[in-house]
Design a protein around this ligand. Structure first.
Ligand code: BGC
Ligand code: CA
Length: 264
């Protein structure tokens, strides 16, 4: 704030004898500008200014990192049923089944009524003398033969044959299904027979199998499917295969197996 000087000029002097006091003079000219005063107190805050103009749009940012794999969604609904397939081709005819085992012997019938007395017949020829089989210890009788089941000692085919001969018999000759069925039942006597030698062989002529007891060609046979095959061209002796229901296989004679002897 400027402070101005406010006093006027001095009036003219009065007479020495003393006159009256003169009139008040005119107002003098303005004084010199005063010195700068002290800084005043901070004024009150003014009102907010107007909003500025919007800036220009920024450029597009860089792509962010891939997000975490989401949780597996729920199972979809069942698809529609497919079309019915075409009918298959007619199958081949099956293999003919094996002949069944003979049934058990029936019970003894009732005694018949006594017949009327017959007429006296002609005199007959003298009959043959009857024969009762006595098999001996260790032998089992079936029909008209005796059999020796040797399951404890295993031998080559030749040694087994010799043992049967020593006991008055031969390696078993199997003539028919009934005899075969009886022999296969030895499992009820002995469970762990292993393979079992029988008397058939083709060591005289390849593929011509004969029985060692009488050198006759086999009529009844019970080969395992695919046998005899003379595997390795050195299979001349026949055994009952305990892995295949005791069906027959040709094999090397040098194997050591159980064996069955037969005698009449
Ligand atoms: C074959 C027989 C053969 C035997 C010899 C088997 O696998 O089927 O034919 O005699 O082997 O050990
Ligand atoms: Ca064979």
């Amino acid at each position: 704030m400027v402070i101005s000087e406010m006093h006027g000029e001095k009036g003219s002097m009065g007479s020495p004898t003393g006159g009256r006091k003169g009139n008040i003079g005119d107002v003098g000219p303005s004084g010199r500008k005063g010195e700068v005063g002290e800084k005043g107190a901070i004024g009150v805050k003014g009102p907010n200014g107007n909003r500025g103009v919007d800036g220009e749009k920024g450029t597009k940012g860089e792509m962010g990192q891939a997000g975490i794999v989401g949780i597996t969604g729920s199972r979809g609904s069942k698809g529609e049923n497919g079309f019915h397939g075409l009918n298959g081709e007619h199958g081949e005819k099956g293999i003919k089944g094996e002949k069944g085992i003979m049934g058990n012997k029936g019970p003894v019938g009732n005694t018949g009524q006594r017949g009327a007395r017959g007429q006296t017949g002609e005199k007959g020829q003298p009959g043959e003398s009857g024969r009762t089989i006595t098999c001996g210890s260790g032998w089992e009788q079936f029909m008209r033969s005796c059999y020796y089941f040797q399951f404890r000692s295993k031998k080559t085919w030749d040694a087994a044959k010799n043992d049967c001969h020593r006991m008055g018999g031969f390696l078993v000759k199997i003539d028919n299904t009934i005899e075969s069925w009886f022999l296969k039942n030895f499992r009820t006597v002995e469970k762990n027979t292993g393979h079992v030698w029988i008397g058939a062989h083709d060591s005289v002529q390849e593929s011509r199998f004969i029985w060692e007891s009488d050198n006759t060609v086999l009529t009844y046979t019970d080969w395992n499917p695919g046998e005899p095959n003379n595997a390795g061209r050195q299979e001349d002796c026949v055994h009952m295969n305990n892995n295949n229901g005791y069906k027959w296989n040709d094999i090397k004679c040098s194997h050591v197996f159980s064996y069955i002897c037969e005698k009449h």
